[in-house]
Design a protein around this ligand. Structure first.
Ligand code: ATR
Length: 276
């Protein structure tokens, strides 16, 4: 049996074992996948133990994505630019390869599950932490026209612009604080702040959403998040949470490990039903 795992702290509520279990069943892969609670100050010890005991691959979630980057012997270019690793794989000589599938997971959810074509779109990204940094590259590569990054601490948004400008020269990148958001409209607004966790919402002005706009929260919860409720009240054409992104990033990791691409729509539907 091939062994896989997800590392996090906390980890008990992780959906990943369920998702990968369904993927394995669907594709006939002989593998097991379990959740591992790593001590907050010793991701390395916990991950080392898993791989030494024969583990082949792992997902990494909060708060260890930076530790996983440091732990990796080799990094994919997208993981390096994201500044975080959410997927680990053991190579033939025992070396650990670090990748990041979060951003591509978001883009696949937008395009394949929600039918949102990113090409030429004006995008507003709220937040400038790890979650934001992880999704910028694939958004730019999907051909968006404009990306504004807004954050409570605008200097952090500016730093992200510095990192990613030049990656897609045709795309216009800018940064600012909440007050800088007046008088512009967007086709897609992504909430990547952790404000939802505390039931907060950044102070967003009215009128940000263009006709037909999609509002997307990278978080998911049983109920609509404060950001999703705000978007509905603002008349967003479409509102979504991040459950699809979770399933799609998992599918990318599964593909990296097993070279088989699982079907995600049924899995997403089952997960949604479970959450209700
Ligand atoms: P993550 O990995 O989830 O992105 P993070 O790196 O700690 O976590 O980043 C959290 C993001 O949410 C940051 O953009 C943070 O803003 P600051 O950079 O100003 O700290 C944002 N954030 C957290 N709580 C917030 C709140 N109550 N209102 C607005 N923004 C908030």
């Amino acid at each position: 049996m091939d062994h896989y795992a997800v590392f996090g702290n906390p980890i008990a509520h992780s959906k990943s074992p369920q998702i990968h279990g369904w993927f394995a069943e669907q594709t006939g892969q002989q593998m097991d996948y379990r959740a591992i609670l790593a001590p907050e100050d010793d991701f390395e010890g916990s991950a080392r133990q898993f791989f030494d005991a024969g583990g082949l691959g792992a997902n990494v979630t909060v708060p260890f994505k930076l530790d996983a980057l440091v732990f990796s012997d080799q990094l994919s270019p997208r993981a390096r630019r994201a500044g975080a690793v959410n997927t680990l794989q053991k190579g033939k000589n025992g070396e650990i390869y670090g990748d990041n599938t979060d951003g591509i997971g978001l883009v696949r959810d937008l395009s394949d599950n929600l039918g949102f074509n990113l090409r030429g779109k004006r995008v507003l990204l709220l937040g400038a932490g790890g979650a934001s940094r992880g999704v910028i590259e694939p958004l730019l590569k999907a051909g968006i026209a404009r990306l504004k990054i807004a954050n409570r601490t605008p200097e952090k948004a500016q730093q992200l612009v510095q990192i990613f400008h030049g990656l897609q020269p045709d795309a216009e990148l800018s940064a600012g604080n909440w007050a800088s958001l007046n008088a512009s409209q967007y086709d897609l607004i992504l909430n990547a702040t952790s404000a939802s966790l505390s039931g907060d919402l950044p102070p967003l002005p009215d009128g940000l959403l263009a006709a037909g706009a999609l509002a997307y929260d990278l978080m998911y919860a049983r109920q609509a998040t404060p950001f999703m409720r705000w978007a509905e009240a603002q008349g967003a054409a479409q509102v979504a949470d991040g459950l699809g992104m979770l399933v799609e990033q998992a599918a990318e990791a599964f593909f990296l490990w097993r070279q088989v691409r699982p079907q995600t729509s049924g899995v997403l539907q089952r997960l949604r039903e479970q959450l209700m």
